[in-house]
Ligand binder design. Structure first.
Ligand code: AMP
Length: 620
């Protein structure tokens, strides 16, 4: 039995329990909790005596409002599919448009009335968001952990796939909050798996590793670079609809043809299908350690050999190897440059899978830690690090797209470029465009195009309360901070007055890998025209500024200018205005220069701070 550490406060005599931070693997198929055993110092998955540590990630809603989770809910998968929600993780941070191609996968109702909004699941007349559904699972895990540990559990580290975007990470965090958990960190699953193997705990260590994760319904491969205790995801690849369930289906299909059972016979008998599927899973598991499987089913003698099974699943295994190839290509590495291969997920117990992966990378794989628990165990180690029992270290990811703000003329000013390693921060100073401008709009965008209109808007806020100052004088520092969980904080501060405003950017919903790819492709296709547009917008902005400043100068300092100079200036202003109406950036530049030439001498005569200030810094 595992007990939490209990201390006694000597002055009051009261019991003080050491704060418990747990690690949670919130999986698509199963979820589980781990902690560092207070006596052995090793991570352990929590379980009640004589039960499994795995809690199926399934929620069943009873007709009378009762909710059951886990093994109990699993029993309703076939008999009450509309009220039995599985794979809620696949819906996290997604809109209906994101999942519509796979809608048939879900046997419950995923509502589609607003295709661009975050999805909800309908059970009777109630609607549940994936965040709420995940929170039910987390609540159950919390309850179980508290029961086993006999102490309140309020803090957790939760793992997510490396390819989860901001919205999906935020959704996971929100689910934790809803379950009454303070989510101290969101950790990538492959990072957690590496930690469970002790990889990355030694700061001197430098390694490139591949984490091959084949679960019940999903496959992913991640390539990580670990140096100085920092984990950097170099690339990820995979198939979100490929896993051990497909192995079971292949066996079912084989038996159906082998024994001449027609699909029609099965269509109307769900229980029969379910029983056959369970038998297939049993066969698959047995074949991981035996050469053949035999069982009685419905009067038939079901049989399958390991050799046949391996042949059946070969195309599926080959698909995963193709993903490994792509992941290596994206990381710019050859197979022999991978130092260590870590196996995650129950389906990596299949010897044919292990052999194929090992043959591809040309070295033996790491499979000593229970592949169902390895991610949770790593989360437990991370929790322990955060509890201060181990030195903290950074977990590094990469931003998939550039992040920036809108500047004058609708241009994108990038603060954090794409592929920047996170956590990261960046800042830049901006100034006002008009005299006495009391507020500044900060609009945050994500994307690679030069005009914000072609990028994706993430957030917008106003920095208000800027004291009245001439244009160009306020110094507004905009800073971006992406924390280790990939959440962006944007702060704007006027440095002279100290007024500031901050927001946490929570995107409505995230981008799929395909969308990111599309945005990148578009940025390449439009690179030439974008550059021209940017040059034109910049020339126009500059022209408008110089016109503004010159006219202001003239109205304030008429006495300093001779009538000849005034006439010359007015002509130059006029022809710059005409040039502005054209699309010709070179002409605009030429006219700006001409106006500059004429006005420079008298501008120098009265070096006004406001004027010189207005010529510096970008305007928002
Ligand atoms: P996970 O999603 O990581 O919990 O993996 C669950 C998948 O692993 C399911 O498809 C299980 O059938 C499969 N699995 C569990 N144990 C074995 C085993 N001994 N041999 C083959 N597959 C297994």
């Amino acid at each position: 039995m595992i007990m939490a550490k209990i201390g006694i406060n000597i002055s009051t005599g009261s019991l003080q329990k050491a704060e418990m931070i747990v690690g949670i693997d919130l999986g698509t198929t199963n979820s589980l909790v781990s902690i560092i055993h207070p006596e052995t110092g090793k991570p352990v998955a929590l379980k009640e005596f004589n039960t499994s540590s795995l809690v199926p990630s399934i929620v069943h809603f009873g007709e009378h409002g009762d909710i059951v989770i886990g093994e109990e809910a699993r029993q309703y998968l076939e008999s009450d599919p509309q009220r039995t929600i599985f794979s809620a993780k696949r819906l996290m941070g997604k809109s209906y448009n994101d999942i519509k191609e796979n809608e048939s996968f879900f046997s419950y109702k995923v509502i589609d009335d607003d295709a661009d909004r975050l999805v909800k699941v309908q059970v009777d007349n109630k609607f549940y968001s994936p965040i709420e559904l995940s929170s039910f699972i987390l609540k159950e895990l919390k309850k179980r952990a508290e029961h086993i540990l006999k102490t309140p559990v309020n803090k957790a580290v939760i793992t997510v796939p490396a390819y989860f975007n901001d919205a999906q990470r935020q959704a996971t965090r929100d689910a934790g909050k809803l379950a009454g958990l303070d989510v101290l960190r969101i950790v990538n699953e492959p990072t957690a798996a590496s930690l469970a193997y002790g990889i990355g705990l030694n700061k001197e260590e430098e390694k490139t590793i591949a984490v091959y994760d084949l679960g019940g319904g999903t496959f992913d491969i991640s390539v990580l670079r670990i140096a100085g205790g920092i984990f950097e995801v170099l690339s990820t690849n995979g198939d979100t609809y490929l896993g051990g369930d497909d192995f079971d289906k292949a066996i079912v299909q084989y038996w159906l043809t082998q024994y001449g059972i027609t699909t029609e016979e099965l269509v109307n008998n769900k229980q029969l299908v379910q029983a056959l599927r369970l038998r297939a899973e049993e066969a698959k598991k047995q074949l991981s350690s035996h050469d053949s499987f035999e069982a009685n089913w419905n009067g038939e003698q079901l049989k399958i050999s390991r050799a046949t099974f391996e042949e059946l699943i070969r195309p599926l295994v080959d698909k995963t190897i193709a993903s490994c190839k792509n992941a290596l290509k994206d990381a710019g590495l050859a197979a022999d440059e991978i130092d260590t291969i870590v196996m995650v997920g129950g389906s990596t117990r299949v010897p044919a899978v292990k052999n194929a992966v090992s043959a591809f990378f040309g070295k033996p794989v790491h499979d000593e830690v229970n592949p169902d628990e390895v991610v949770a165990l790593g989360a437990g180690i991370q929790a322990d690090i955060l509890a201060g029992n181990n030195k903290d270290f950074l977990l590094l990811d990469i931003t998939p797209l550039s992040l920036g703000i809108e500047t004058m003329g609708g241009l994108m000013d990038v603060l954090i470029p794409r592929n920047a390693k996170i956590p990261t921060k960046a800042g830049r100073q901006y100034t006002t465009q008009k005299d006495g401008q009391g507020s500044m709009r900060i609009a945050v965008y994500q994307g690679e195009r030069d005009l914000v209109g072609d990028n994706r808007k993430l957030a917008e806020f106003n920095l208000t309360g800027i004291p009245a100052m001439p244009a160009g004088l306020p110094k507004v520092e905009v800073s971006f901070l992406i924390n280790a969980d990939g959440i962006l904080m944007v702060k704007a501060k006027e440095l002279r007055s100290g007024v500031e405003q901050e927001i946490e950017v929570k995107p409505q919903y995230g981008l799929t890998d395909n969308e990111v790819e599309k945005m990148l492709l578009e940025s390449i296709t439009h690179a030439q025209s974008d550059m021209q547009t940017r040059a034109l917008v910049e020339a126009r902005t500059e022209a408008e500024q110089i016109l503004d400043v010159t006219e202001k100068f003239l109205s304030k300092n008429a006495a300093l200018v001779s009538s000849e100079e005034l006439a010359q200036t007015n002509t130059a202003i006029q022809s710059l205005r005409e040039a502005l109406a054209s699309e010709d950036k070179d002409l605009i530049h030429k006219k700006v220069e001409e106006l500059n030439e004429i006005s420079r001498p008298f501008a120098e005569r009265a070096m006004d701070e406001a004027v010189s200030g207005a010529l510096k810094g970008k305007k928002i």
